[in-house]
Write a protein of this length. Structure first.
Length: 201
């Protein structure tokens, strides 16, 4: 290759470089912007997922707490009213308190069915069934038409046995769903409390 040919090639390369440099620069710039945009998008998605998980966990915790408290109150009002019925006393106050507790529990359980996970709902179902049957039995006893298994002693025992038979499974399921790793021993109240001398949930 002669010197003139070499110079011509160099000139052509230089011209091409001058012409294509902006295009190459623009392409690289677009690629860098796309990568930056994708990185920001992933960060936003991760932040949203993290915030959503925190919000969902808080909602479940509040839901489970409400279910526990309303079940405890409903059970105690059932026990209180059972003693009133056993003493052959009619009490509008006792009836109103029982109905208020029952409605609060039913509302809380409905929320649990929407918010809670299947293991928690499954664990809570036997509690709901026992409370509902106790309510029916107490009402039958109050009307003087108890069915087999609906005597005062049998209804009282059924309410007391919620802790031993169903409640530990409820607490365990809720703690597991909330991510509490240390499954501490659940100590249930055994001492007397309240006017009936019965245990609370």
């Amino acid at each position: 290759m002669t010197a003139s040919s070499t110079a011509l090639v160099i000139a052509i390369v230089g011209v091409c470089g001058t012409l294509f440099a902006p295009i190459v620069s623009q392409t690289l710039s677009k690629r860098a912007r796309r990568e930056e945009f994708e990185l920001q998008r992933k960060q936003r998605v991760e932040e949203y997922d993290r915030d959503h998980r925190k919000e969902s966990l808080a909602d479940k915790r509040n839901c489970y707490l409400s279910a526990m408290l309303t079940a405890r109150r409903y059970r105690q009002e059932l026990m209180n009213h059972l003693h009133v019925v056993n003493k052959n006393r009619t009490s509008d106050v006792s009836s109103e308190q029982l109905e208020d507790a029952r409605h609060a529990y039913n509302s809380s359980f409905a929320e649990l069915q929407l918010t809670g996970t299947k293991p928690v709902i499954d664990a809570m179902e036997p509690v709901r069934v026992r409370l509902a049957r106790s309510y029916e039995g107490i009402k039958n006893l109050e009307e003087g038409q108890p069915r087999p298994g609906q005597s005062f002693d049998e209804l009282k025992e059924a309410l007391l046995m919620i802790w031993d038979d169903e409640w530990p499974s409820v607490i365990t399921a809720m703690r597991a769903d909330l991510g509490i790793k240390d499954q501490a021993t659940i100590q249930l109240p055994t001492g007397p409390s309240g006017p009936t001398g019965d245990r609370y949930l």
